[in-house]
Write a protein that binds this ligand. Structure first.
Ligand code: ZN
Length: 271
């Protein structure tokens, strides 16, 4: 059985723990080798049940020093938009301050009239990766999760830099679990986006222009990837707007459904 790992909060002042969910209970997964469980489901080292932990305690399954994103990475999407197939990955960064976990609200900023969802597969880096080849990339990826590369499309159209359009607080929902890389072959899975239960995006994870291993090779020859960093692999066709009151579901079979409500950014949010 493949394992989907949750990263959960266990109490005030406690550090996050990895856990699996079994019969409604969260059971700690021990990580003797470092920050990440380096095993497949059959050899996971399980600890005690985590008392009082529920689905509400699930955090984003990563704690990134940086979030690297790839633009225009689906053949059908590039063709649909009339964009040329890029010869190299087109990358940009989202700030770690944009990260939120499952269930947390996406805040629509006053500066934008048109905020879009972008359903994406994300890689969670498990080991420091510097100049690694595509052939060895799998050794550096701990697992895969769902991500929403939330984008202020009107700002993105106006500005040729992506930092503002993609960088607002709450613009990077991630989760709900991490599927172990040893057990998850992206090409065998699908990513979908539903808004209020209606289909918006649906694509097989075999339509990438640059597959995950090539992205790791490309990025790690530019910047060292640290454990906990996230690499988002691009969105398929069907991106569209979200409004306050919407519920956005990003799902990948084998990982689960990342659900986030959408709210207008509170006027006096100083937290
Ligand atoms: Zn994107």
């Amino acid at each position: 059985m493949a394992a989907s790992l949750y990263r959960v909060r266990t109490g005030e002042g406690e550090s996050a723990r990895w856990a699996i969910r079994r019969e409604g209970q969260f059971i700690e997964v021990e990580t003797p080798l470092g920050d990440f469980p380096e095993a497949d489901a059959s050899s996971l080292s399980l600890g005690a049940p985590l008392e009082g932990v529920t689905e509400k305690d699930a955090l984003a399954p990563a704690d990134p020093t940086k979030i690297v994103c790839v633009g225009r990475n689906y053949r059908a999407h590039a063709e649909e938009l009339g964009n040329a197939i890029p010869e190299e990955p087109l990358i940009f960064l989202k700030p770690p301050s944009a990260l939120i976990g499952p269930g947390q609200a996406i805040h629509l900023p006053d500066q934008s009239e048109e905020v879009h969802h972008e359903a994406e597969l994300a890689m969670v880096v498990g080991r420091r990766a510097k100049s690694v080849s595509a052939q060895r990339a799998h050794e550096f990826v701990a697992g895969y999760t769902c991500a929403n590369d939330v984008t202020a499309r009107d700002i993105q159209r106006r500005e040729d830099k992506f930092s503002r359009a993609k960088g607002f607080d709450t613009f990077c929902p991630v989760g709900p679990t991490m599927a172990l890389a040893s057990e998850f072959e992206p090409a065998e899975h699908h990513v979908t986006c539903r808004v209020n239960g209606r289909d918006r995006q649906h694509a097989g994870l075999d339509d990438f222009i640059f597959p995950p291993a090539e992205i790791i090779e490309f990025v790690s020859h530019i910047m060292t990837l640290e454990p906990g960093d996230l690499v988002l692999t691009g969105t398929p066709s069907g991106v569209g707007p979200v409004e306050a009151g919407d519920t956005v579901d990003i799902a990948v079979d084998g990982i689960g459904t990342l659900r986030n409500p959408v709210v207008r950014h509170p006027a006096d949010d100083v937290s």
